[in-house]
Design a protein around this ligand. Structure first.
Ligand SMILES: Cc1ncc(COP(=O)(O)O)c(C=O)c1O
Length: 514
């Protein structure tokens, strides 16, 4: 059954920041004093720390009662949109899907929660087995030889790929010569940004008449300076570039390596494997594509996979099995070094492992088939909406996402895609992703329904976009100030792009507002 979103109104609480709540001495939990016998046994543990490492003042933590904390976070959750509240197809290129709650329970198990990465590996055998086994599973899924789960975001995984490419060329004595990475304009921006951070010059191929670059444009930039190709496929447009195998071969013939950014593999499980296409290395986002939640920049994991010749460069430590037990192999003289502390975000790997094990190989394939079916159903339905177009040849099937264009509607009504996106939250739906930059599609909207949406969910989503289009044509002015019924008013965009207004910590917040 589809839902009517007409009566939606978000809760609006004037919640202060938690650091501003509570009062001196207030406590959520009273911790018992250490027993005398224990104190006598261990003495004061702080005495064993160097004096200059001790705090001179107390920790600045919120001092607040349990009831207040509960109210605070419940209220905040009422002002949030996303998959657990309404159908969410809005985060194109981010693969936001249902995150099975049972996986959270697994991560709260004491054998996951109460271990420390500095424990002796012999006491971490369960977790190391999961990391090792999941590496083998990822090899099967991708056709690669070995995996590392240290990188803790897609962008960090792509950066790891860039470092691996650099290490390979350096080991061949071509580190200085091979300083160019080639990417495509509709690959994720991290495919250009991270090689640049790793010291490469980046060449970006522009789309041809089908919406993706052709082989000729790639060949024209290949040279003895080519270090590698780093691409997303399907690209942000949802278009799958069938020239990729030929492009991979051309780059390798020129002495370069090819890295496949598979963050968007949601339509490819059991259908295409990076290794079979000839790629030398790749990365997957375990958050998003493998169902672990994205969770506001935390708790991500990029699974970085490599072919055999690159395995020795992977970040240390690598999890291995010596026939008797699972070990952490730090003895890797050619490793690119650490990408992140300890073993990365192990909880994300556990969630991804549980998700894959619950599906099996056939289930994974049906994830992809359903995601592609959902996406093409959505595209067919949206084609009926006035003012919305599918750029490039509409007969070319998209894989699991689409970058649409509201260009016609915007010309007809004087509105922008941002006006329309904001209106979504008046219907209780997540504001949609417009586009990465540079924007090559006018007035863009990028949707990715994934396998998690039912037919009703999809129809529900379409009905909201149709309402917005109808309202834009009948009364464009009424959309200009949106949202009106959401948890917050329109936020000034300029503040998002001004580092002077960002405050990632309480200290930064206080400094910038004083
Ligand atoms: C294709 C692609 N690559 C890389 C990323 C970056 O991932 P993250 O946001 O975890 O850094 C994304 C994000 O969704 C993506 O879609």
């Amino acid at each position: 059954m589809t839902q009517s979103h007409d009566n939606y109104h978000a809760a609006r609480w004037n919640e202060p920041i938690i650091m501003e709540m509570g009062s001196e001495g207030e406590r959520g939990l009273l911790v018992d004093k250490t027993e005398k016998a224990i104190l006598e046994e261990i003495q004061n543990p702080l005495d064993s720390l160097p004096q200059n490492m001790l705090r001179s003042s107390g920790l600045k933590l919120p001092q607040i009662s349990q009831a207040q904390i509960l109210r605070h976070y419940t209220r905040l959750s009422q002002m949030t949109l996303g998959f657990d509240v309404t159908p969410d197809a809005s985060s194109g290129t981010c693969t936001m899907k249902y995150s099975p709650k049972v996986n959270e329970a697994l991560c709260r198990n004491a054998s996951v929660l109460d271990v420390h990465p500095l424990q002796n590996p012999s006491s971490l055998q369960g977790i190391l087995k999961i990391l090792f086994d999941f590496g083998e599973i990822m090899c099967e899924i991708s056709g690669m030889y070995k995996y590392s789960f240290q990188a803790s975001s897609g962008a960090q995984g792509i950066y790891t790929n860039a470092c691996l490419i650099r290490a390979y060329h350096e080991s061949n004595g071509e580190g200085n010569q091979r300083d160019e990475i080639i990417t495509t304009a509709f690959s994720h921006p991290a495919d250009a940004a991270t090689p640049s951070v790793a010291g490469f010059k980046v060449i970006t191929l522009m789309p041809g008449e089908n919406g993706y670059p052709d082989l000729q444009s790639l060949k024209s930039v290949l040279s003895e300076r080519t270090a590698g190709l780093m691409v997303t496929n399907p690209e942000d447009t949802g278009l799958f570039n069938p020239n990729i195998p030929a492009m991979v071969k051309a780059v390798q013939d020129a002495g370069g390596l090819c890295a496949y950014d598979q963050a968007n593999a949601n339509g490819l499980f059991g259908i295409v494997r990076a290794g079979d296409t000839g790629f030398d290395l790749c990365q997957f986002n375990l958050h998003k594509t493998f169902s672990a939640p994205h969770s506001a920049q935390g708790q991500g994991t990029a699974a970085v996979g490599v072919s055999e010749k690159l395995a020795k460069f992977l970040p240390a430590p690598v999890v291995d099995f010596n026939g008797a037990e699972y070990v952490l192999d730090y003895d890797r003289p050619e490793s690119i070094g650490k990408i992140r502390s300890f073993l990365g975000n192990v909880q994300t790997v556990i969630k991804a492992y549980a998700w894959v094990m619950s599906l099996g190989a056939d289930g994974l394939k049906s994830v992809s088939e359903t995601a592609v079916l959902n996406n093409n159903y959505l595209a067919a339905k949206l084609a009926e909406i006035k003012g919305l177009d599918l750029p490039w040849n509409p007969n070319l099937k998209r894989i699991e996402q689409v970058r649409y264009s509201w260009s016609q509607l915007c010309m007809d009504t004087g509105l922008s895609t941002t006006d329309l996106a904001r209106k979504m939250s008046d219907y209780g739906l997540q504001t949609y992703m417009e586009s990465h930059v540079p924007r090559l599609v006018d007035e863009p909207m990028t949707l990715e329904p994934t396998e998690s949406l039912s037919l009703d969910d999809l129809d529900d989503y379409v009905s909201v976009l149709k309402k917005i289009s109808d309202q834009a044509y009948s009364d464009p002015e009424s959309l200009k100030g949106a949202p009106y019924k959401s948890a917050s008013d329109q936020l000034p965009q300029s503040q998002f792009n001004d580092p002077e207004t960002w405050a990632m910590t309480w200290k930064a917040y206080k400094t910038k507002r004083q």
